[in-house]
Design a protein around this ligand. Structure first.
Ligand SMILES: [Zn+2]
Length: 352
């Protein structure tokens, strides 16, 4: 109905103005939940914890130990991102600070890839890392996405030329950690349908959409390597990069007894599908490792404990400064026998 004394046009303009007032820039939309539910803020984990996936290179071991003590973290595995002598020096820094509470996983060194004897050089490098105490070797997502061979071709994850390296890991008794590919959203257009839009808009270089990469193909390549090397133990980081599709993670675990996965940097995914997550932990108690992949802080570890140990609902997930997506998580209240394995015992099998 028109208001008395106003033209139809005036009324239309009033409607448009009202609409403008509810249009907010996305970054200014920061809703606060009004839910009132039980909250349990755990200072320390229920059992001693081994953080199997972290990156400490630049940090002061004394400060990290203080945080570990405050939260009940028994040991952290530092996946050094250095190679060669620098990696050995980093190992020295942490192992001399406390050999019981720090362990190291080495980083695959691609330097010299153009050499004819690259594989032999790599086997020697692995031996040297293990002599200095390394407990594993990590292959990062640059394999499959950016490492190129002498001819300029992308090196496939399942390139047969790398086979001796995976066999060597088995011979040395160390696991191979794989972080292949990235979250699904990073392979999708950065637009209003992308559930990680804000994160990707802030870091557009994290996106692979439009390039020729297929995430499915990259994971299939990884799985072929796992299949070909049954004597080698593999740790598929970040819920095997299947945090958005736990059915696929489950298939991987069912099919290949030589693979484990870590939960690092994926509580955001696990916690928004609490029923499926809980079932995964209960069905594979010996195959899942605790890892954070976030700078050690009390508040970060405590969110992990809250997710794993409580039935709290709808709370923040642990994350870097840039959050992954606009959702909240729910605790999965794991039983004690599962927690003991997840927190510590599964990792001990790989470290000893
Ligand atoms: Zn990592």
């Amino acid at each position: 109905m028109s208001q008395p004394g106003k033209s139809i046009n005036d009324n239309f303009m009033a409607m448009v103005t009202a609409k403008a007032q509810v249009t907010l820039p996305l970054g200014e939309f920061q809703p606060k939940s009004t839910l009132v539910t039980a909250e349990h803020h755990l200072e320390r984990a229920r059992f001693p914890v081994i953080d199997y996936h972290n990156h400490l290179d630049a940090l002061d071991p004394v400060e990290v130990l203080r945080i570990m003590d405050a939260c009940g973290i028994e040991r952290i595995v530092n996946i050094t991102m250095k190679t060669g002598d620098e990696a050995i020096a980093i190992m020295g820094k942490f192992h001399s600070a406390d050999a019981e509470r720090f362990a190291t996983i080495g980083w695959m060194d691609w330097s010299g890839l153009e050499r004819d004897d690259f594989v032999e050089v790599t086997l020697d490098r692995l031996e040297r890392l293990v002599e200095h105490g390394a407990k594993g070797i990590k292959f990062w997502k640059d394999l499959g996405l950016s490492v190129r061979d002498r001819e300029g071709n992308l090196l496939r994850v399942d390139d047969e030329r790398l086979a001796p390296v995976f066999d060597k890991a088995a011979e040395l008794g160390i696991p191979v950690m794989f972080h292949i590919a990235d979250p699904d959203a990073f392979f999708l257009p950065i637009d209003g349908n992308n559930e990680r839009y804000e994160e990707l808009a802030a870091h557009p270089d994290w996106g692979f959409y439009g390039a020729h990469f297929s995430k499915r193909e990259l994971l299939d390549q990884r799985d072929r390597v796992i299949a070909r090397h049954p004597k080698t133990t593999f740790v598929a980081a970040h819920v095997a990069e299947c945090g958005e599709n736990l059915g696929r993670a489950r298939q991987l675990l069912e099919k290949y007894p030589n693979v484990m996965l870590d939960i690092s940097a994926r509580v955001s995914e696990l916690g928004r599908q609490p029923y499926s997550s809980r079932a995964l932990f209960l069905d594979f108690p010996d195959r899942i490792l605790f890892g954070s992949d976030l700078v050690p802080e009390e508040s970060m570890y405590r969110l992990y404990f809250r997710f794993l140990e409580t039935a709290d609902e709808y709370f923040d997930y642990p994350s870097h400064a840039s959050r992954q997506g606009r959702w909240q998580i729910h605790g999965i209240h794991l039983p004690e026998d599962i927690l003991r394995k997840l927190y510590r015992e599964n990792a001990l099998r790989l470290l000893n």
